[in-house]
Design a protein around this ligand. Structure first.
Ligand code: SAM
Ligand code: SF4
Ligand code: SF4
Length: 376
C-alpha cells in the first residue's frame, strides 16, 4: 500500500557544492562568532544527527511501510566518525555555535555515543566557556545510558513522549513499546543529573489530543518541562495533512481552562518554544508552533546530517557535503571559510512561506529530507 518515496540514496547523490573560497590563509579565517545570514540571523545552535536508524516507527516520522527492512539506511562507513564530528563541531563553535544537540534517528542506538559526548563536552567557546550540550531521545535506552552520558559531560536531555496511555503510546511508536519504560528512562535521567529534563509531545489531531490534559496533569508540579509540538510537514513520507495539526493556541486554551497559565519571557533569543508558567507556581509548559506561528525570523539553527551534510533548514531538500571536505584533507581554516560562505548565503524561511504555498508544493516536498536523517 505504500506510496514509495524517492529514497534518501537519491538525495545523497546530489549534495550542494560546498563553496570553496580561495584556500584559506590563517588571516582569511572569518573572525569567530560574527557569522550572520542574509536575514541577519546568527549561527548559534548546531543539531547533529548521529544515526538515521531508530528502534521506534513513530507514524509521523518513520512510518513502517516506508522504513521497512529494505529501507536503504546509511552504511557504517558513510557515517561521520566521532573524531570527524568533534572536529567539525569545533569549527562551528569557533564560528559562533554555543549549543549542540545530539539527535537522530535514535541517538542512543549509536554505539559508544558517550565517547562522542565526552569529545564534545571538552570543546570550549572562544571565551573559554563549555557548550550547552544536550540530546533528544525517545527514552527507550535512557535507563541503561543516563549515568554514563552524564559522566561523559552531557548536561541535559529532551525525551519525546506522545501520551501516557499505554495503548495510545504503543500505537504511536508502532513497535509496541510500553510507556512505563520511557517513564523509567525519564526518572533515570533526573536521578543522573541530566535536568531540567524536557518532554516533547507531538500532538496529532485525531490521534493523541485526549492525552494532552493527562500529560499536563502528570508533569505539573514536577521539575520536568512539558512541551507540545505541532505536527509538522517535515519529510516526505508521513502523509502530513493540515487537518491533523492541532494548533498550539487550542492546546494552550485546553490546559488554561483547567490549569491557568501566565506567559513567560523567552529564556534565549531564537528559542523554539513559547513558554508559559502555571499561575499557581507549579512549573511551566512550552508550545512549539512551527506550523501556525512560524519562528524563522530568529532561526539560528544549523543541522549536520548523519553522513556530514550541512542543512540550513529542517525543510531543505539538499545539504552541503562537509564530509567530503573533512575526508579530502581540508584544514580547519578551509572548513571555517566554507561554513562562513554557506551561512552568509542562507535565506531559508520555509515555515514563514508555508502558508502562501499551494499544498504539497512547498520546497519540492517529494524530495524533502527526512527528520530521522537530519535530526529534529
Ligand atoms: N528519536 C529521538 C526522539 O524521538 O526524540 C530523536 C530524533 S526525533 C526525529 C526528534 C524530535 O522530532 C522528536 O521529539 C519527535 O517527536 C519530533 N518529530 C518527528 N517527526 C515530527 C513531525 N512530523 N512533526 C513534529 N515533530 C516531529
Ligand atoms: Fe524514532 Fe524519534 Fe522518529 Fe520516533 S520521532 S521514529 S523515536 S526518530
Ligand atoms: Fe528554521 Fe527552517 Fe524551521 Fe524556519 S522552517 S524555523 S528556517 S528550520
Amino acid at each position: 500500500m505504500s506510496e514509495r518515496v524517492i529514497p534518501l540514496v537519491d538525495q545523497r547523490m546530489a549534495p550542494l557544492a560546498v563553496p570553496r573560497p580561495a584556500r584559506a590563509a590563517a588571516h582569511a579565517t572569518p573572525a569567530p562568532g560574527l557569522l550572520h545570514d542574509t536575514l541577519g540571523r546568527p549561527l548559534r545552535d548546531l543539531r547533529i544527527s548521529v544515526t538515521d536508524r531508530c528502534n521506534f516507527r513513530c507514524t509521523y516520522c518513520m512510518p513502517k511501510e516506508v522504513f521497512d527492512k529494505d529501507y536503504p539506511y546509511l552504511r557504517h562507513g558513510d557515517l561521520l566518525r566521532f573524531e570527524e564530528i568533534a572536529r567539525l563541531a569545533g569549527v562551528f563553535v569557533a564560528q559562533g555555535v554555543r549549543k549542540i544537540r545530539l539527535t537522530g534517528g535514535e541517538p542512543l542506538l549509536r554505539k559508544d555515543i558517550e565517547l562522542l559526548v565526552g569529545q564534545l563536552a571538552a570543546l570550549r567557546t572562544p571565551e573559554g566557556e563549555p557548550l550547552d550540550l544536550t540530546l533528544t531521545t525517545n527514552g527507550s535506552l535512557l535507563g541503561r545510558k543516563a549515568a554514563a552520558l552524564r559522566a561523559a559531560g552531557l548536561q541535559r536531555v529532551t525525551v519525546s513522549l506522545d501520551g501516557l496511555d499505554d495503548a495510545v503510546f504503543r500505537r504511536m511508536n508502532d513497535v509496541d513499546f510500553p510507556v512505563a519504560d520511557v517513564l523509567r528512562g525519564i526518572d533515570a535521567a533526573r536521578e543522573a543529573g541530566l535536568g531540567p529534563v524536557k518532554v516533547n509531545m507531538v500532538v496529532k489531531r485525531g490521534t493523541n489530543e485526549h492525552e494532552i490534559l493527562p500529560m499536563a496533569r502528570h508533569f505539573k508540579g514536577s521539575d520536568i518541562v512539558l512541551r507540545f509540538i505541532e505536527y509538522m510537514d517535515v519529510g516526505a513520507t508521513n502523509r502530513w495533512r493540515m487537518d491533523e495539526v492541532l494548533p498550539s493556541a487550542e492546546v494552550m486554551q485546553m490546559i488554561h481552562r483547567e490549569m491557568p497559565l501566565v506567559p513567560l519571557e523567552p529564556a534565549a533569543p531564537g528559542e523554539t518554544a513559547e513558554r508559559w508558567a502555571y499561575a499557581d507556581g507549579s512549573g511551566e509548559v512550552g508550545f512549539i508552533s512551527s506550523v501556525t506561528q512560524a519562528f524563522c525570523r530568529d532561526c539560528n539553527r544549523a543541522r549536520l546530517s548523519t553522513e556530514g551534510q550541512l542543512y540550513l533548514c529542517l525543510f531543505a531538500s539538499r545539504g552541503y557535503d562537509l564530509r567530503e571536505l573533512v575526508r579530502g584533507g581540508a584544514s580547519d581554516a578551509d572548513i571555517a571559510a566554507a561554513l562562513a560562505a554557506i551561512w552568509q548565503g542562507r535565506d531559508d524561511r520555509y515555515s514563514e512561506l508555508r502558508a502562501s504555498l499551494p499544498p504539497d508544493a512547498g520546497n519540492d516536498r517529494g524530495r524533502r529530507v527526512e527528520m530521522s536523517y537530519i535530526g529534529g
